[in-house]
Design a protein around this ligand. Structure first.
Ligand code: UN1
Length: 479
């Protein structure tokens, strides 16, 4: 595959950035270049915001259903180009081809679902206490919004921000993570091919140094972000200072609780899937298991065996279950967590974590015990295929460990006991709770987001996107 010259798009023009050069490599074969680009300068980010502001009036002036038709066309093009997009996604990001196909399909479904929201009501009418008057509350676009998206789900997460932002009639400036610029360029091309006018979606391949105007420029009315808690919280602070509302979907340290009556035949594959697939690089990944002491040894043994059976390799090889991590830095950080835990006397039950004979950024699925609250591997978001397992003797302790720490994104509980299920629904402090299923996943029509430091209270997906990307205008109407 040839290396591509990757570019930003400002006002419909594909432009070379004026900033530093980035070489985009295949994480399974780091010597293979996927593409190259120059990041945009801070002035180019401002130009992109100005281009969005210029394009905004005619876009918001289109009938809502016309914008919905364009989103439907985006969904069709994603499906038509699915094979090629998925191949590119695996090459650039590393996830296995089957997961890439699933992600392209998911992005298409997100666009299709959002297109259907054109059929919802766009306001309400109130009775007026005064004669000859009506009072309307209309949902109107914000204007220009910025989107900042991560490298782990680089097509579907942008889709679940772009689709509602565009449907609502906003013009967008989108900054994807710098590890995944090519798939961002491909999605931007599809938006234009589907009929999004120039300037309505601007793609800025920017480093963090140039990103500030996405929160501070007076034209920006909202910013939607997915990524780490540290970055998200800094954006929330910038938003509070400069005005735009900020929705931030941030880190997770998601627990699976296996109670004494759980069906292990079902629970173990669910936990392994959530912990290990996509190499654990999902904010919803299960990264600690709290298991009834009575099942502890059996669960550890089964999780370790299942992990060792997973095939690690190039995502384009049909036998691979897990691809590489996205970068050398991520690989080093994840290996550092495992080494740190081992030197603090944690026990590793699996092969690896290094992978012999492959030069990509691979890490083998790893199951650790002998860690508990206070240990980094039990507290922090590792974002790799690493699972910490801890026993618990009683119900209250299991719940306490599950809730331990600063995150509250997703979680699982495995039990058949309806009373306990109801307690978990009440007391497990997460935004997304899975009862007897894996902690990953998000459906286009259902609100998604976390509590505590995992998110701002504003959810994404479903009609939550419409709430975020629009605002109410109240009209006192006396004809
Ligand atoms: C999922 O479980 O597929 O970055 C959704 C993430 C989350 C979305 C996960 N924002 O992994």
């Amino acid at each position: 595959m040839e290396s591509v010259n990757i570019r930003s798009n400002i006002g419909g023009d594909w432009v070379e950035g004026a900033g530093s050069e980035i070489v985009d490599v295949d994480p399974a074969h780091p010597d293979t270049e996927v593409g190259r680009l120059h990041t945009v300068s801070i002035d180019q980010v401002r130009e992109a915001i100005a281009a969005a502001a210029a394009a905004s009036p005619s876009w918001r002036g289109l009938p809502l259903h016309a914008r919905g038709e364009i989103l439907l066309r985006v969904a069709e093009l994603l499906e038509e180009r699915k094979q090629e997009l998925a191949r590119g996604l695996t090459r650039e990001q590393g996830k296995i081809f089957r997961d890439s196909l699933g992600e392209v399909q998911r992005a298409a479904e997100v666009f299709r679902y959002n297109a259907s929201l054109a059929n919802l009501k766009t306001g309400e009418i109130f009775a007026s206490p005064r004669p000859s008057e009506q009072i309307w509350s209309l949902r109107v676009p914000l204007g220009v919004v910025s989107l900042i998206t991560p490298w782990n789900i680089p097509l579907a997460i942008p889709a679940w921000k772009l689709a509602p932002a565009l449907l609502c009639g906003n013009a967008v400036v989108w900054k994807p993570a710098s590890l995944v610029p090519l798939i961002a360029q491909r999605l931007t091309e599809i938006l234009f091919d589907a009929g999004v006018p120039p300037g309505v979606c601007n793609l800025v391949l920017a480093g963090q140094d140039a990103a500030r105007p996405l929160l501070t420029d007076p034209a920006i009315r909202a910013c939607s972000f997915t990524g780490s808690t540290a970055v998200g919280q800094s954006l929330v602070a910038l938003g509070a200072e400069h005005g735009p509302k900020v929705q931030a979907e941030m880190g997770g340290k998601n627990s699976a609780v296996i109670l004494a009556d759980a069906d292990l035949e079902w629970a173990i594959p669910q936990v392994l899937s959530a912990a290990m697939l996509q190499s654990g690089q999902r904010c919803t990944a299960t990264s600690r298991v709290i298991v009834s002491s009575h099942l502890y040894e059996e669960v550890v043994e089964r999780l370790a065996r299942g992990s060792d059976e997973l095939e690690v390799g190039d995502g384009l090889e049909p036998g691979s279950d897990l691809g590489p991590l996205v970068s050398a830095q991520r690989q080093a950080e994840v290996l550092g967590y495992v080494a740190g835990a081992e030197s603090a006397n944690a026990h590793r039950h699996t092969k690896g974590p290094q992978v012999e004979g492959l030069d990509g950024f691979f890490v083998r699925p790893t199951v650790m015990t002998g860690v508990t609250a206070g240990d980094p591997i039990f507290e922090e978001e590792v974002f790799g295929p690493v699972l910490a397992v801890a026993p618990s003797d009683d119900f209250e302790e299991a719940l306490r460990l599950a809730n331990h720490g600063s995150y509250g994104l997703s979680g699982s509980v495995f039990t058949k006991d309806i009373g306990r299920i109801l307690e978990y629904i009440e007391r497990f402090d997460v935004g997304v709770l899975h009862v007897n299923s894996e902690s990953c996943g998000a459906d286009p029509h259902v609100p998604f987001g976390g509590t505590k430091s995992s998110g701002t209270s504003q959810r994404e997906m479903g009609t939550a996107g419409l709430d975020f990307f629009s605002e109410a205008k109240t009209v006192y109407l006396r004809p």
